[in-house]
Design a protein around this ligand. Structure first.
Ligand SMILES: NC(=O)C1=CN([C@@H]2O[C@H](COP(=O)(O)OP(=O)(O)OC[C@H]3O[C@@H](n4cnc5c(N)ncnc54)[C@H](OP(=O)(O)O)[C@@H]3O)[C@@H](O)[C@H]2O)C=CC1
Ligand SMILES: O=C1OC[C@@H](O)[C@H](O)[C@H]1O
Length: 245
């Protein structure tokens, strides 16, 4: 019973966080897009974190950004995504755009010298992954040191959960012969116009929930899969109202 109350209390705190005074050198975030995931992912958690301020949001429709900012207590609304990147008061950018736009906006944000928290899946293919994540050639001595270079982090929060660390403490990757990882959400959870059903925007089950299942398998086996040798898909009817990965 205590565990149940504990879980209910933790869930309530997610949407009703306490607010704390901010430190003298906080991370000051701007958000690109008034996305659904913004509040649970960073806006609400930031309220109880002394080192994080959510300063600015921009949306394609400024009226939407204004409503979002008002609802979640964000001080400033920028006119465009680019204006967020050009703002010298911002040192970090959170990118919760559709998957197909992650790469281009992450590149722009890094170029503007901002640290980037990039929603999953960070990229659409291996070319984008190599360009974004492979370290650049070491900087010459006159260039900024590594510590002043922007940090790029993919927002796969599950990897930071204590439950994942506990799970992995029971796994010896070199001894794993086979593993199955599956995840689903009810299909009604997302309307037909949702970005997840739009191929042009990087949609699809593998790009959505599949980024978690693939990430889990990579860690369980201790290496990245090189090839898909067999593939079984679950047709809609058999998926029984679920979006499956
Ligand atoms: N880490 C996690 O736990 C989760 C991560 N995600 C990831 O976050 C991202 C956003 O997901 P979610 O918040 O559910 O999606 P939403 O559709 O709510 O948000 C996407 C945002 O992208 C902006 N956008 C810009 N261009 C387009 C376009 N052409 N079409 C549609 N939207 C556009 C919209 O911003 P604007 O306001 O400017 O119109 C919109 O607010 C995805 O990459 C998803 O994989 C999602 C859920 C959980
Ligand atoms: O990242 C995610 O986590 C929760 C899911 O419901 C969602 O589809 C996905 O984008």
């Amino acid at each position: 019973m205590a565990a149940l109350f504990g879980a209910a209390h933790r869930n309530w705190l997610l949407s009703h966080p306490s607010t704390v005074p901010k430190s003298s050198k906080p991370l000051v975030f701007g958000i690109l897009g008034a996305a659904d995931i913004g509040p649970p992912a960073i806006i609400l958690p930031a309220k109880s974190h002394e080192d994080v301020i959510i300063q600015t949001v921009a949306a394609r429709d400024p009226a939407k950004a204004t409503m979002y900012a008002r609802k979640y207590g964000i001080q400033h609304v920028a006119k465009t995504y680019q204006d967020v990147l050009d703002d010298p008061n911002i040192n970090c950018v959170y990118i919760p755009l559709p998957n197909g736009l992650h790469y281009v906006w992450a590149q722009r944000a890094l170029k503007a010298g901002k640290h980037v928290l990039l929603e999953k899946p960070s990229v659409n293919n291996s070319t984008e992954a190599e360009r974004l994540f492979l370290p650049p050639t070491p900087a010459p001595p006159s260039s900024p040191s590594a510590s002043t270079q922007p940090v790029l982090l993919e927002a796969v929060h599950s990897l930071f959960h204590p439950a994942w660390a506990l799970f992995m403490s029971h796994v010896t990757p070199s001894a794993v012969a086979s593993a199955k990882s599956s995840l689903w959400v009810p299909r009604w959870f997302f309307g037909p116009d949702n970005i997840r059903y739009n191929f042009e925007l990087g949609g699809g089950a593998l790009m959505d929930l599949g980024s978690y299942t693939a990430s889990a398998l990579t860690r369980i086996f201790g290496s990245v899969a090189e090839e898909c040798v067999d593939c079984e898909t679950v047709p809609h009817a058999e998926a029984d109202g679920r979006t499956v990965s």
